[in-house]
Design a protein around this ligand. Structure first.
Ligand code: 2RA
Length: 339
């Protein structure tokens, strides 16, 4: 029983995390196909109690596939996503290719499950569902419960993004550079063209005419779509920091209605997908290491924004695993909603 699955981009950091999450959550698939580029085809891949052979991704790969999890970059999603949909497959796409397409639901299961309510496996019709950008997911898992209570008028986000967002190679290079720098050797800078170890820099996404980079504009546009609120004011500054696999984000929220910090803390403590780490006495707050390889987004530093009148504003600090909740877990939670 259960759907037939395909994992597209299975050798990448997110592809590998798809497999971990499918196992951890005992996802009830009846069959699974491991798909990757020609370069990886033929490699053996142990998974659960079987050994699979990685297959080259082709149009025929989706024959008989119920759900395909894509994380192989935007061009692969643009080329093969519609092909899979035409074969009756429901595609959950981790790339940015279709996120702003108004016909494509952009879904965080804890936040806007209603966006995909018309997509059903039993219809036998293909469909495409987009996974939001990792920094958007991590921010909105924390901000939405507060938004639902007091309606966010303006959100200011500063992100501290991990190497994993740029892929496994960036994680390897961060480790290599750190060793080189500590040994007094020149750092290898192939991925970001600048030293990453013991440094931080503006996110590597391209800068637009507005002066914002694409990563920042994803936060702005995806928030408006996910909250179905084109008028909410959002601005973001995205920074790459020398951390392996979890993003950290400082989030300032201005509300339409007053929301005091104790009420906010209670809301967050009872919200899905969140753990509150907010201990002022011991200065214990969320850290990337503490959330790495975990499902929950950690929220702390919950405090009234003293630059605003009354209880109209709140500052919080959020950490979340970029590969897990930021990508693979969110996509598989979407797939679980189809069961
Ligand atoms: C990053 N959000 O962290 C991107 C990954 N998709 O670079």
């Amino acid at each position: 029983t259960g759907p037939s699955l395909a994992v597209v981009g299975v050798t990448g950091a997110v592809g590998q995390e798809f497999l971990s999450v499918l196992s951890d959550r005992d996802f009830p698939y009846r069959s699974i196909k491991m798909l990757a580029s020609k370069r990886s085809a033929g490699r053996r891949l142990p998974f659960q109690d079987k050994e699979y052979v990685i297959e080259e991704l082709t149009a025929e790969s989706f024959n008989g596939v119920d759900i395909a999890l894509f994380s192989a970059g935007g061009s692969i999603s643009r080329e093969f996503g519609p092909v899979a949909v035409d074969k009756g497959t429901i595609v959950v796409d981790n790339s940015s290719a279709f996120r702003m397409d108004e016909k494509v639901p952009l879904v965080i299961p804890e936040v806007n499950p209603e966006a995909m309510e018309n997509i059903k496996l039993e219809n036998g019709k293909g469909a495409l569902i987009a996974n939001p950008n990792c920094s958007t997911i991590i921010c909105l898992v924390a901000a939405t419960p507060l938004h639902r209570r007091a309606k966010v008028k303006r959100m200011v986000v500063s992100t501290y993004q991990a190497a994993s967002g740029a892929g496994a190679a960036a994680m390897e290079e961060l480790e290599q550079q750190t060793r080189e720098v500590l040994d007094g050797r020149p750092p290898t800078c192939k991925i970001f063209k600048q030293q990453y170890a013991f440094n931080l820099f503006s996110h590597n996404a391209s800068i637009q005419l507005s002066g914002y980079n694409e990563e920042e504009m994803k936060m702005v546009k995806e928030t408006k779509k996910i909250w179905n609120d084109p008028d909410v004011k959002v601005t973001a500054t995205c920074i790459r920091v020398p951390v392996m696999r979890a993003h950290a984000e400082s989030v300032n929220l201005q509300f339409e209605k007053p929301l005091d910090e104790d009420t906010a803390r209670d809301i967050l403590k009872n919200a899905p997908g969140i753990v509150v780490i907010d201990d002022r006495a011991t200065n214990h707050f969320p850290t990337p290491l503490e959330v790495s390889n975990k499902d929950d987004v950690a929220v702390g530093r919950i405090r009234r924004d003293l630059s605003q009148d009354g209880n109209q504003g709140l500052d919080i600090f959020v950490c979340g695993d970029q590969i897990r909740k930021g990508a693979a877990l969110n996509a598989i939670q979407i797939a679980e909603m189809l069961l």
